[in-house]
Design a protein around this ligand. Sequence first.
Ligand code: PGA
Length: 255
Amino acid sequence: MNKALRKAVIAGNWKMNNTPDETKALITEMKPLVKDADCDVVLCVPFVDLYAALEATAGSNIKIGAENCHWAEKGAFTGEVSAKMLAAVGVPYVIIGHSERRQYFGETDVTVHNRVRAALDAGLTVILCVGETLDQRKQNITMEIIAMQTKIALAGVSAEELKRIIIAYEPVWAIGTGETATAEQADEVNGGIRALIASLYSQADADAFVVQYGGSMNAKNAAELLAKEHVDGGLIGGASLNAADFATIVAAASK
Ligand code: PGA
């Protein structure tokens, strides 16, 4: 199976949770629980927690990411943080295009594309989020929506740069709702994303490409989702705020 070619990536998305002190405490609790992981472990945290998180994870197998970045290097963009700034403080990962950014902060496919470009140029690895709404799923246009989001985001991205992109398939209706896509639904869309990558790049690029699932993945359902051929990890919101739950998901992803 080609799944064996890929190392799973389990990434936490803390969203707007935890102060720097809480960050240190939670990471101190998590570190021993995930130290033997046979997958990549990433925690994406609020900007103000980055320093604390980098300090707390130094020398461990946990890597740190931000939850967004701006597309300009610098300038008059009040409240924003550039990809270059993230790279300068030693942050290797960034989430781009999360549905909450699209839904509440006016993020569009074009601004997602611009942010992806800036993140790649700054040397970061991108966790690019795509996903359909419930309406779109009911209209049977899930794959069209995902393909459009993916193609616009990746326009101009080279095969070499693609190695620093992870796609997280996150059905909007499953995020923070307790409603998970079935393992079959997740596998179907993730497989569709891989086929799209094969058509845009090559089959070898697609075989090596990591596609996560996100949306109410938790300690109970992770093993079933992660067993699927095309589910190469998870982007975990709520369950990443609990050390034991997050560690259980990491263990499920470790071969
Ligand atoms: P959830 O969030 O696990 O709380 O559903 C996932 C995400 O939004 O990345």
